[in-house]
Structures are given as C-alpha cells and as structure tokens.
Design a protein around this ligand. Structure first.
Ligand code: SAM
Length: 228
C-alpha cells in the first residue's frame, strides 16, 4: 500500500488514537492493528465526513448506507483472522474500508456490492492506495461469487434472517463465516464454521444493528416494507 502524502499527515494522530482505542477494546493482534494503521479510513468516506473519520462510529457513505464502527470491524478481523494464503469473500463492499483491511491480511479478497456507485467509489479509493489483491463485483452477494469459490473465509456486513445457503455452500471445509443474524431491528454477530461437512454456529456478539441484506437469500420485500 502506498505511503500517505505530506498533506495527509494531519490524520496520523487521530488514526493512532483510534488504534489505541481498538487495542483497549481487547484486540491485541499486531497485524490487525498494523492494518488499521496502513489503511486511511478518511479516504473511504465522503470528504464532508473526513473530520469524523477516526471516531469509533459508523459513518454515512451515501445511498442510505454506512461504513461500520471501526472497533466492530476489528472484531470481524480478529474472529475471521484471514491468513496470507487465504481467499476471502466479502458481501457488502460498502465504502471498501473493510475490504482494504481484509486485503492487508488475506491473499485475495473478493467483494460483492449491490449498489454500483458504492462499488465504483470503493474501486477508486482502493486503486488510489495501490491495493492490488481485491476483485470487486456489482451484484447480489447473497448468492456469493461461485466463480472463485470455495472461500476460506466469508464476511457479510449486512443483516440477514438466516445463513444464505449459497454462502454456506461456497465456504471451504475448515472455513469460517461471520454474519449478523436476527430480525430487521436487532441481530447477533454469528461465527459459522464448517468442518468435515459439519456446520457449527456460535454467537460472537449480541445487540448489533446492521443495514439489511437485500437479494435472493434475504428478507422478502413485504417484510422490509418494499425497500429496493
Ligand atoms: N463493510 C462496509 C464498509 O466498511 O464500508 C460496510 C458495509 S454496509 C454496513 C453494508 C453493505 O451491504 C451496503 O453497502 C449494502 O448496499 C450492501 N448490501 C446489502 N445487501 C447486499 C447484497 N445482497 N449483495 C451485496 N451487497 C449488499
């Protein structure tokens, strides 16, 4: 990843403070903390939000979507813990910030976003930082990305009523998937593991609120009130 230019040095202090906060929340893994140091979050949010980019808060990214709270993204990374030889599927590229963090740890990241404009903006931000090991697709991520399956890890950053069957199918044996499951109002972050064809689930955190997953394996229109 390229070095930050001189005029971006003003973000270094706030970024370091965010990393300290993440460490205080119990994430001690050096490679994960280094990823937060290498990826400038402000480059993934609209310029009007730059002054808030290093707050531990979700931020609006347009089209009714948000980039999640960094400490929650750190939790995703520590539970999934991608390794350098692994390929990871991300469902919900959003801003591309988590994509870039995943790309620091994994061999290759495949990320699907249903909103074309967000995917385009994420591509621009990733290219500007010289992130090379990411492939983006515009489409319904609830059906995965069959062409590159199986995946060692799958992260879903939008809430779902159940584990999308296509994602489970595209998870490698020995692989792990992290996704928010529950109702439209509240979800639990659930770790799904596949071992010898057997699937186990475990709650990592309760009381989460994510934007809903849309698409074939999500809530039907009438439940979501017709949102497209
Ligand atoms: N991790 C992202 C980041 O760092 O910006 C945040 C993603 S945001 C919480 C969830 C994203 O999932 C939204 O951009 C939304 O458009 C996308 N999404 C919802 N349903 C989807 C689907 N079926 N396929 C792909 N993307 C979907």
């Amino acid at each position: 990843m390229r070095e930050a230019p001189q005029d971006e040095r003003r973000f270094v202090g706030p970024r370091r403070r965010l990393i300290e906060l993440i460490r205080d929340r119990g994430i001690q893994d050096l490679e994960i903390l280094q990823a937060f140091d290498r990826v400038p979050r402000h480059r993934f949010v609209p310029e009007g939000m730059w002054h808030r980019a290093y707050e531990d808060a979700p931020l609006p990214i347009g089209w009714g979507q948000t980039t999640s709270q960094p400490s929650l993204q750190a939790l995703y990374l520590s539970v999934l813990r991608p390794r350098a030889h692994e390929q990871i599927l991300e469902v919900g590229t959003g801003s591309g910030y988590l994509t870039a963090l995943l790309a620091c740890l994994a061999g290759r990241v495949y990320s699907v976003e249903r909103i074309r404009e967000l995917s385009k903006r994420a591509r621009k931000a990733l290219d500007a930082l010289g992130v090379m090991n990411v492939a983006l697709l515009v489409g319904d991520g609830s059906i995965g990305w069959r062409k590159y399956a199986p995946f060692h890890g799958i992260v879903v950053t939008a809430a779902s009523p159940a584990i999308p069957p296509a994602l489970l199918e595209q998870l490698a044996d020995g692989g792990r998937m992290l996704l928010p499951l529950g109702t439209l109002e509240a979800q639990e972050l659930v770790l799904v593991q596949k071992e010898g064809g057997e699937v186990t689930t475990q709650t990592v955190q309760s009381g989460c609120t994510f934007v809903p997953l849309l698409g074939r394996f999500a809530w039907p229109d009438e439940v979501r009130g017709g949102e497209r």
